[in-house]
Design a protein around this ligand. Structure first.
Ligand code: TRP
Length: 328
């Protein structure tokens, strides 16, 4: 089976955009690929973060992954810093990566603007660590959103540069773009993000979700109940395509276009379907939080399985680059 690698930052609460765009897709991929999913704590420290909260966030993120179905019988889930070979390989990759390639990364430029007081080396080097994450497992496919395609391209370049200098070692990983709909923020902003206060959290109770949906932006052309709507311009409709069944999507589409119902009725149907999908996940999170040993065991076994692979590849890399000491 071909191998997949992807990572998720342990930063803040996971929202339905992350769930639909990434996690739900990751679960499906476990049927067809050998999948490795990683909570990338070393990436998270490249910007300001709350040191006291970090452990909690790592565990909460891993718990959500497991509750969504990413369990050890289906895939490997672990914490990046538990397999230090990632950072070791990143150093070696640093020595084949031109700085210019990193300086032109869109995410680096954006984050440098957002964090002017702290433009650190880690922020610049972020994509090299990401390349190491992927290549330490020789993964061929990387399921990520559009915003990460540039980073995956960089990892292809790193693989090429390494192979050219030291001999064929790494595959050139490819992006696996998800076909999942892109959910915008509840305020209509293109990006759903906790920091912009326009996100629906995966673990929020039904009443809170309802309040957010009730007041959420819809198709702006529909001001009165009698105006026909345009589902293709409506974020609520996009959410329907992510959470409702095909016949209901068709029903909603028709009633919106013909002003057969109002936005509130449309939102009520969505709310019901969303809560139906999220409740079992939330229940599993509550169960897991009652027995913290469970998720700790998941992460320990994930790390030991991944470390076994990573150690072998590091051994091969050390040999190839001429620093393996046979007498050690
Ligand atoms: N940069 C990714 C993001 O912010 C997270 C990530 C880190 C990742 N390492 C990775 C994704 C390796 C895919 C593969 O979403």
């Amino acid at each position: 089976m071909d191998r997949i690698f992807s990572g998720i930052q342990p930063s803040g609460e996971i929202h339905i955009g992350n769930y639909v765009g990434a996690i739900r897709n990751w679960v499906q991929l476990t049927n067809r690929y050998d999948c490795i999913y990683c909570v990338v704590d070393y990436h998270a420290i490249t910007i300001e973060y709350d040191v006291e909260m970090m452990q909690r966030r790592i565990l909460d993120t891993a718990t959500i992954l497991a509750a969504c179905g990413l369990t050890p019988d289906k895939c490997m889930v672990f914490v990046q810093s538990h397999v230090p070979e990632h950072t070791e390989l990143a150093w070696i990759f640093n020595c084949v990566t031109p700085i210019g390639e990193l300086e032109r990364m869109t995410q680096f430029k954006e984050k440098s603007k957002q964090h002017r007081q702290n433009i650190n080396m880690g922020l610049l080097d972020y994509p090299v660590l990401q390349a190491a994450d992927i290549l330490i497992y020789k993964a061929g496919y990387v399921p990520v959103g559009e915003d990460q395609t540039q980073h995956v391209e960089l990892s292809r370049e790193v693989a090429r540069k390494f192979n050219a200098r030291y001999g064929e070692t790494f595959p050139e990983p490819q992006v696996l773009l998800s076909t999942a709909p892109r959910i915008a923020g509840t305020d209509g902003n293109a990006k759903m993000s906790k920091s912009m206060n326009n996100a629906i959290g995966l673990l929020e109770p039904p009443e809170v979700i309802w309040e957010k949906l009730r007041t959420a932006a819809t198709c702006e052309h529909r001001q009165r109940r009698s105006d026909p709507g345009h589902p293709e311009h409506c974020n609520i409709f996009t959410m329907h395509t992510a959470f409702s069944k095909p016949d209901q999507i068709a029903f909603v589409d028709h009633n919106c276009r013909t002003a057969g119902f109002g936005c509130i009725e449309c939102k009520e149907i969505l709310h019901k379907n969303m809560v139906e999908e999220l409740s079992p996940i939330q229940a599993r999170v509550r169960e897991m939080n009652k027995k913290p040993e469970y998720i700790i065991d998941v992460l320990k076994s994930g790390a030991s399985r991944c470390k076994a692979i990573a150690e072998k590849v590091m051994d091969e890399v050390r040999t190839k680059i001429g620093i393996k000491s046979e007498w050690l």
